[in-house]
Design a protein around this ligand. Structure first.
Ligand code: DQA
Length: 161
C-alpha cells in the first residue's frame, strides 16, 4: 500500500528558508521521519518535490492513470491509499493542480492538504486555497507534524476501507 507525498515549490530548501515560519527541519529530515512511520505501519511512501506546476500536474495524472483508472484491477486500485500534498504557493493560484486532484474525488483515495505554516494568520493572499474545497482534510500551522498527522489518518482510513 502506497502513499504519495508531493511537495511544491521552494520546499526543497526547507531548513534554510524562513526558519521562523517553516521551522529548522529539512525536507530530508521530514521524509526520513515519515519513512520510519511508514515502515512501522507496513506501508510505502513515495516522496516527490517539484518546483513547477506542470510537473506536479503530470505526476498527479500519472498516479491517477497508474492506480485509479477504471481499466485497472481492484487490487491495483487498493494499492494507493492516499495522497498528501503541500502545493506551497500553487495552493493560492493553481486551478490546474486542483483539477488534477479533483479526479481523485471519484475514487476512495483521500487527499490531504498540508501546510507547515498557518496560512490564515499570514498575508491575505495566502488565505485562499484552490485546493481545500476538494481535499479530504486540511492541516495548516502544525509544522512538520502536519505530515505525520496526515499519514496516520491515511493509514487509519486505509485499514477501515
Ligand atoms: C506553505 C504556505 C504557502 O503559502 C507558501 O507559499 C509555501 C509553503 C506552507 O507549507 O506553509 O511555500 O504551503
Amino acid at each position: 500500500q502506497k502513499v504519495f507525498i508531493i511537495n511544491g515549490p521552494n520546499l526543497g530548501i526547507l531548513g534554510k528558508r524562513q526558519n521562523n515560519i517553516y521551522g529548522n527541519k529539512t525536507l530530508n529530515d521530514i521524509e526520513d521521519n515519515l519513512k520510519i512511520i511508514a515502515t512501522k505501519n507496513d506501508i510505502e511512501i513515495i516522496h516527490l518535490q517539484k518546483n513547477s506546476e506542470g510537473e506536479i500536474v503530470s505526476i498527479l495524472n500519472e498516479i491517477y492513470i497508474s492506480y485509479c483508472d477504471n481499466s485497472k484491477s481492484e487490487n491495483l486500485k487498493r494499492n494507493l491509499i492516499g495522497i498528501i500534498i503541500n502545493p506551497a504557493a500553487y495552493t493560492h493560484t493553481s486551478i490546474a493542480i486542483r483539477d488534477a486532484l479533483e479526479v481523485f474525488n471519484e475514487t476512495k483515495v483521500p487527499i490531504i492538504e498540508v501546510h507547515l505554516s498557518n496560512i490564515f494568520s499570514r498575508e491575505t493572499f495566502r488565505h485562499k486555497s484552490y485546493i481545500s474545497p476538494i481535499a479530504t482534510g486540511v492541516i495548516s500551522g502544525l509544522g512538520s507534524y502536519g505530515y505525520e498527522a496526515a499519514i496516520f489518518k491515511i493509514i487509519e482510513m486505509g485499514k477501515n476501507a
